[in-house]
Design a protein around this ligand. Structure first.
Ligand code: IMP
Length: 442
């Protein structure tokens, strides 16, 4: 019998190397064309990505991007949180556009988001006042709180009248007390109404719910190509991100395993999606942030406005302390560097290679918020590729046709992280992509 270590499992993960919005949607869309299964492993409808298939454009939040590709299985893994009502709306939109949902699968272990989670999200933010996280107010944090507190309702629970009634009877009075304490907007729902609403979901989503861990592991055993699609980014990870200014799930490498039920020794390749500069939405420290006019220019050039909330993103120079931290936490084997074209036109490009904190230089991202707030970026300033705007010839001729200055920029990142930049993205279009690896599954 062949030993387990010798078997190459064709799978690939895509994880954001900063605070989300790195352009993962485009890279996922590029790589998932050849995948059989596309799997979301964390987060919920706080994510947002725009997928273009032919002449159809989809703005998806809760559904995995692969759902619009016919023949694929699109899996919502156990590490996610699912707002069923919003999901049904998205499903209806996809169906109306003439796409099939045959490939959709939802883990029976995924936790559900209810209205009281959304209301509590808003109330908690208000309660925190100046220390608000700047959440998407989709109820993500409160839903994960219930998961950890062992009072969550999972997708698989919707089938079992008795246990569902027990859960709704337990939870609603508790949530009502909490909402009153936090002066949250009233929920207006009683446990009977909630029970019936959940039962009503059986008809709409019941057929998609299954044990997705078995499904994914069996697919891997059969040599099927599995793509794990990360949401948000490494710096928003609940453990390794800029806590408490983070989301409530595990966005880093380990999240793939806990969020899907696939063991660590089965994960083969992890692509870190790294934007050529840095952005973040919401509150929290940001060492290379550009303030005033400079920040606005980069925001405008990059079209840095959120798909989910429409909020303008904060912008700054590339921060390799952040990228190296992300790479260590996620185990990047390749980088996809995105939005390099947004930096066209700059005379000079500062890249942060270390921080100075209290007079000491460090390459490591500190845990302490106050230390990060005191950190000063140490920049290496590279010459820009001002005047260059010839995407078309590069797309035809490949990496070597990129301007020398852009290659120096890319190679600095590669050297610093010790990870090859296998994908270079120099425009929003699928074709504006240099793929230096080509065979991603072997
Ligand atoms: P939550 O995930 O709604 O709880 O928000 C927590 C933090 O994560 C906030 O700073 C959000 O702006 C940020 N966040 C959540 N989802 C995304 C995303 O998809 N892209 C970028 N930031 C996100």
């Amino acid at each position: 019998m062949e030993s387990a270590e010798c078997v190459i499992l064709p799978n690939l993960a895509i994880i954001g190397a900063q605070w989300g919005d790195e352009g993962k949607g485009k890279i996922t869309d590029y790589l998932d064309e050849t995948a059989d299964l596309i799997v979301r492993f964390q987060g919920g409808n706080n994510a947002g990505h725009t997928i273009t298939v032919g002449d159809k454009v989809f703005k998806l939040h809760g559904l995995p991007s692969g759902v619009v590709r016919e023949g694929n299985l699109a899996v919502i893994g156990n590490g996610t949180v699912v707002n069923v009502e919003d999901l049904i709306e998205e499903m209806d939109m996809v169906l109306k556009a003439g796409c099939s949902l045959e490939g959709l699968r939802i883990s029976d272990r995924a936790h559900l988001i209810f209205n009281y989670h959304k209301k509590l999200d808003g109330a908690e933010e208000k309660y925190r006042g100046r220390d608000a996280v700047g959440t998407t107010r989709k109820g993500i944090g409160p839903a994960y709180q219930d998961k950890i507190a062992r009072i969550g309702i999972r997708a698989g629970d919707i089938f079992d009248d008795e246990s569902l009634r027990e859960k709704t009877d337990l939870i609603l009075p508790y949530k009502k007390d909490l909402m009153e304490m936090l002066e949250a907007e009233r929920c207006g729902c009683d446990s009977e109404t909630l029970f019936n609403r959940i039962k009503g979901w059986r008809a709409k989503i019941g057929g998609y719910i299954c044990d997705t861990s078995v499904l994914i592991n069996e697919a891997l055993d059969e040599g099927k190509k599995v793509l794990f699609e990360g949401a948000q980014g490494a710096m928003l990870d609940i453990d390794h991100g800029t806590y408490p200014y983070v989301t409530s799930s595990s966005t880093c490498g380990g999240g793939i395993c806990t969020g899907t039920g696939v063991a660590p020794n089965r994960i083969e390749k992890v692509v870190g999606c790294l934007k050529a500069y840095t952005t973040r939405v919401g509150e929290g420290p940001f060492v290379t942030e550009l303030s005033g006019e400079e920040g606005c220019i980069l925001q405008k050039k990059g079209g840095e406005f959120g798909v989910t909330t429409g909020r303008g993103r904060r912008c700054g120079w590339l921060d390799l302390v952040v990228a190296e931290h992300a790479s260590r936490m996620c185990g990047f084997t390749s980088l996809a560097i995105t939005k390099l074209d947004v930096l066209n036109g700059y005379e000079e490009l500062p890249v942060c290679v270390a921080y100075e904190i209290d007079g000491k230089e460090t390459r490591y991202f500190p845990a302490s918020m106050s230390k990060i707030e005191r950190a000063k970026p140490i920049y290496k300033t590279l010459k820009g590729w001002k005047g260059w705007d010839d995407t078309a010839s590069v797309v035809k001729s490949g990496y070597d046709a990129l301007p020398k200055e852009m290659r120096i920029y890319i190679e600095l990142v590669e050297r610093h992280l010790k990870v090859p930049a296998d994908i270079i993205s120099i425009g929003p279009d699928r074709n504006d992509t240099i793929d230096r690896k080509k065979d991603w599954w072997n």
